[in-house]
Design a protein around this ligand. Sequence first.
Ligand code: CP
Ligand code: NVA
Length: 311
Amino acid sequence: MTMPTIKHYLQFTDFNASQYAYLFDRASFIKKKFKAYEKHQPLVDRTLAMIFEKASTRTRVSFEAGMYQLGGSVVHLTTGDSQLGRAEPIEDSARVISRMVDLVMIRTFEQSKIECFAAHSRVPVINGLTNEFHPCQILADLFTFIEQRGSIQGKTVAWVGDGNNMANTWLQAAKLLDFKVNVSTPSGYEIDEKIALSPEDISADHYQVYSNPMDACRGADLVTTDVWTSMGFEAENEVRKQAFAAWRVTPQMMAVAKTNALFMHCLPAHRGEEVDAEVIDGPQSVVWDEAENRMHVQKALMEYLLIGRQD
Ligand code: CP
Ligand code: NVA
C-alpha cells in the first residue's frame, strides 16, 4: 500500500501562489472569529508536538495558544529535556514522535535536520525557523502587509541587514508572489541566493542588491530588518556590531521610502542596533500586529495541513 503524500511546510516554496491566497483568506476569517470570541475548533483531539533546539517567545506562544484555540493540544520538547540533546538519531525521533501526534513543529539549526525529520515522519512537519529559512514569519509578514495595504504583487520590500534566514525566505516569497526585494547587507554578510532559489529563478524583477542601505529603501513599500546576530552565531556578535553599524534602519531611511511605507521586524529587536527606537516605535511600524498575526496565519496553516481547504 502506498502512503498518502504528506504535506510539509519546510520552506516558503512548499506552497504555490493559490495556496497562499487561500491561507491569507482563511487567516483573515480565523482572526475575525478570534476577535469576536467565537470558537473555531476544527482540530479537537489533534496534538501538535513542538520541538525547540533554539530559544523562542513568539513561535512558542503563537503555536501553543493557536493549537489550543483550534481545539487541540500540544507537547513541548527542547533539546535540554528530551533525548534529542543526547544524540538520538533524528530519524528515530521522527519515527517515534510522529506515531503519537498529528503534527510537528520544529525550530532547529540546519535545514537538513528538518528535511531529515520530515522524510521519516508520518505526519506533517512545519519549519518554526532554521538557519536557512523562517517561512511562518514571512507568512505572517505578508498577511500583515495585505491587511494594511492590499496585495503585495508589484510592490517593493527593502531588506536592510544580515543575509540570513529571514532574507532567504523573503527572496523565495518575492519570486512566488511576484513582488521585489531590494537587499542591502554589509560586505561579507550577503545573501547566498543559491540557498533560496535555483539560478533560473533569480531575476532582477524580484531581487536587486544595493551596497548602500539608503538606496535599497528608496521608493520601498515596506522596510524590514532583523537582528545583526542570529541564534547560533552568537560568537560573531562583537565583529558583527562593527560590520553592521551602517545597517541600522533610521528615520532617514524611512523618509526615502514611500510616504505610506510600513516598517516590520520579526522580533526580538535591539533598539539602537538594527533599528532606531523612533522607527520601531513610530507610526509606520506594524511590529505588534505582525507578531500577533503569527498566531492567526499558523492556525490557518495547521488547519490546512491537517484537514485541507475548508472553503
Ligand atoms: N519572530 C520569532 O520567531 O520570534 P521568537 O524567536 O520569539 O519565536
Ligand atoms: N534571524 C533571527 C530570527 C529570530 C526570530 C534568528 O535566526 O535568530
